[in-house]
Design a protein around this ligand. Structure first.
Ligand code: ADP
Length: 641
């Protein structure tokens, strides 16, 4: 193999290395990301590497994984020792990351609001127990942090794809579990190991989570604990409390007990969601294994996805939900009883035993809560490639010859909040022909507005390409984009967005003047006539009804003869009759050749469109051509249930 000869892709070994990370620690994640990138670059940037001008290594952020992919020269890495050395290098960086995370995690857990509140209440009630309470809460923090760190540490995965050289191998966790055998895609199928890489990374995480979740749940003797505590509490309220002060104290302790028991329902729900998702992914992995014609992977999954444990987790969760439900009334009544119980100066004070019992139950439930909430993303696990990839993506084309006026492929958009991450769009592709009328429908929060904002260039996707009228939005400067939008696109909004100080006619004309139209007033007058409100042209928006305002907004949208009209809930603020009229007007314009894209949650309005695209959870679930209202309602219901 000579270094200057152009090499076939098959002459390379590919490495997929996946590392889970703690998403909330953005700063440390960036650190990990940079280090990994440098390392990946180093290992592939060897002399004579033929892909020098292309990305040498790619890093993707996959929801809670950082996945590194590198193409490597086989002569260097076909030796097992060389591969092991490389894995060790990468693992070394990851271990450093984990040490940083561990510190941060403990710090954060110590400040956890629920833990802090409990600690303060218990200390206030019984100051002499301060050190015991501190110890107990510290133990929860320590054990929870350890549980999380252990999962992180153990759930890395490597896949070596070695076409034509040696057998491929998969390594899961720190103990190399190798799987040998070539991954030969089935005929007519383009599946690669790359496709499998995210499934495997998930698998490796799931295999670490399952036993801990199982263990945490099996340690909880829920009904026994609740019974014991209720019994103690009843004894106290029956004999009375020695003072108002101790009543207040008991009330506080009871609040911790009742609050914790009732609130754990959410975490049980989440645990079941996680189980559900693991099983779903196992199926997907099996499919990938079938496509790759590899029985070994199937066997690997069978061994590692502990179905018995998953089932027990589900059963336990169900059982706990039933237990909590059966005690709900008693728990609620307890608060009332404490408030009503007699004051009896001879009564005994609140026994420490009760505080300990509550603290013990609390500790078990908290460990479970913290662990489950740590993996709260899992049910929504999906390959979310975010902005990180942008720098490393292949060069995009500035223009594209396409029969579509809108040609969007694989759009991803994620919003990173402080505590939560929203995957607003998860791989949406949409192609719209010139002159088409498309309605985007979906439940609230399904990503409709986000999609509209991306297609109209108001916002940028994290990943994916959008060509509007053949031009790549991503490669336009802000200035070009503004000019392009002014010429090509117009908007109609739910709240009309009219300028209040300007008359109807002025509102319509203004965008024409801005775009340098030759006879904006003449066009404006004509348009107002077409929407049927020319007699109101000197009125201010406030003097018009909602329907009339929307007509002004529609006239305004057409002033520059745009190619595409985007309308976000155009009938959302109107009554039904007025709404239908607005839709009819849109349809008339559509017949004149304008492309119209509306977002609506009103299925009846959507039937005006040629095509209805149903979005659910950031993905296109269904597309229907000219559906009637009944069909649309039926399909929509099926999908969103
Ligand atoms: P829809 O229009 O279908 O109701 P959106 O596109 O408005 O949905 O939102 C999709 C998801 O993204 C929602 O969960 C929403 O809360 C979230 N989201 C939208 N915009 C932002 C933003 N700027 N910051 C954070 N989250 C956002």
């Amino acid at each position: 193999m000579t270094s200057n000869k152009k090499k076939n892709v098959n002459d390379f070994i590919y490495l997929y290395a996946t590392f889970p990370f703690v998403k909330r620690d953005r700063e440390n994640f960036d650190w990990l990301y940079k280090k990994m990138y440098k390392q990946m670059k180093k290992i592939s940037a060897k002399k004579g590497f033929p892909f020098r001008r292309k990305p040498l290594a790619a890093l993707y952020e996959l929801n809670i994984f950082l996945q590194c992919k590198a193409s490597l020269l086989p002569h260097k890495y076909s030796e097992k020792n060389a591969r092991v050395a490389l894995e060790k290098d990468l693992y070394g960086i990851y271990s450093q990351y984990n040490r940083r995370i561990e510190k941060k995690l403990k710090k954060r857990l110590k400040k956890d609001v629920e833990l802090m509140d409990t600690k303060n209440i218990l200390k206030k009630v019984r100051p002499q127990l301060t050190s015991t309470v501190d110890e107990k809460i510290d133990a929860i923090v320590l054990e929870s942090a350890n549980n999380i760190i252990n999962v992180l540490r153990q759930s890395i995965s490597y896949i070596w794809d070695m076409p034509g050289h040696e057998i491929d191998r998969i390594i899961i966790g720190t103990t190399p579990i190798e799987i040998n055998g070539n991954f030969t895609p089935l005929k007519n199928n383009g599946a690669t190991i790359g496709d499998l890489a995210d499934d495997v990374s998930f698998l490796s995480l799931a295999t670490q989570i399952i036993p801990i979740l199982h263990n945490l749940l099996s340690k909880i003797e829920l009904s026994q604990h609740i019974e014991g505590i209720i019994e103690e509490l009843n004894k106290l309220v029956d004999t009375g409390l020695p003072s108002e002060h101790s009543r207040q104290n008991l009330d506080d302790i009871n609040a911790i007990f009742v609050g914790k028991v009732l609130s754990i329902r959410e975490d049980l729900w989440l645990a079941r969601k996680i189980v559900e998702r693991i099983l779903e992914l196992e199926n997907e992995m099996n499919d990938a294994a079938t496509e790759l014609n590899n029985e070994n992977i199937k066997k690997l999954y069978e061994d590692f996805i502990r179905k018995d444990m998953l089932q027990e987790i589900n059963e336990k969760a169900e059982q706990f939900e039933a237990i909590i439900n059966s005690y709900t009334m008693q728990l609620r009544k307890m608060t009332y009883k404490i408030a009503k119980c007699p004051i009896n100066t001879n009564a005994s004070p609140i026994p420490e035993k009760l505080i300990f019992k509550i603290l013990e139950l609390y500790a078990m439930l908290e460990r479970f809560r913290i662990f489950v909430q740590m993996w709260y993303d899992l049910p929504f696990f999906v390959n979310v490639e975010t902005g990180l990839t942008e720098t490393f993506m292949q060069k995009q084309d500035k223009t594209k010859v396409t029969p579509y006026i809108i040609d969007a492929t694989n759009l991803f958009k994620t919003y990173h909040g402080k505590e939560t991450t929203t995957y607003a769009l998860r791989g949406v592709s949409l192609k719209i022909k010139p002159g088409e009328f498309v309605a985007i429908v979906g439940p609230s929060g399904s990503g409709k507005t986000t999609l509209l904002n991306l297609l109209s260039g108001l916002d940028k996707p994290d990943k994916g390409e959008i060509f509007v009228d053949g031009k790549n939005l991503a490669l336009m400067t802000e200035k070009e984009l503004v000019a392009f939008r002014r010429k090509t696109i117009a908007f109609i909004f739910q709240d009309f967005a009219l300028l209040q100080e300007f008359t109807a006619l002025e509102n319509v004309v203004l965008p024409g003047i801005l775009a340098g139209a030759s006879h904006p007033y003449a066009t404006g007058n004509q348009l107002l006539e077409q929407v049927g409100i020319s007699e109101y042209k000197t009125h201010l928006p406030l003097q018009l009804s909602g329907g009339q305002q929307q007509r002004v907004a529609m006239a305004r949208a057409f002033i520059n003869s745009p190619k595409i009209i985007f309308a976000d809930e155009p009938t959302g603020s109107l009554d039904k009759t007025t709404g239908l009229k607005v839709m009819e007007l849109l349809k008339t314009w559509n017949k004149k050749g304008f492309t119209i894209i509306i977002v609506t949650h009103d299925l009846e309005m959507a039937t005006f469109a040629d095509r209805v695209v149903i979005l659910v959870n950031g993905k296109v679930k269904e597309e229907l051509e000219h559906p009637d209202a009944d069909t649309l309602i039926k399909v929509f219901k099926q999908i969103s249930d």
